[in-house]
Design a protein around this ligand. Structure first.
Ligand SMILES: [Zn+2]
Length: 79
């Protein structure tokens, strides 16, 4: 009997996925852009702080390590 493999699934949030796609230069569709914007405007916070903020009070959105303003900046900073 083969052992059940424990595949380590690192599930990325939808927002992180879109931000990564955007920063990779592939760009995002207007649908993805709208989706990301919605996710940033209704953020699910993690316990970590934003990796770009000097203010430790600024919490980051779920797994992006970015606060909402920085996540938004990341989204619009294309090309
Ligand atoms: Zn920030």
């Amino acid at each position: 009997m083969p052992l059940e493999k424990t595949t380590q699934t690192t599930q990325k949030s939808r927002l992180q996925h879109i931000l990564e796609k955007n920063s990779s230069g592939k760009g995002v569709t207007s649908e993805e852009y709208k989706e990301a914007r919605k996710l940033i405007l209704n953020p699910k916070y993690s316990d970590k702080k934003c990796c770009l903020c000097f203010n430790p009070m600024n919490k980051s959105i779920y797994d992006t390590e970015l606060c909402p303003p920085h996540a938004f900046y990341e989204l619009i900073r294309t090309k």
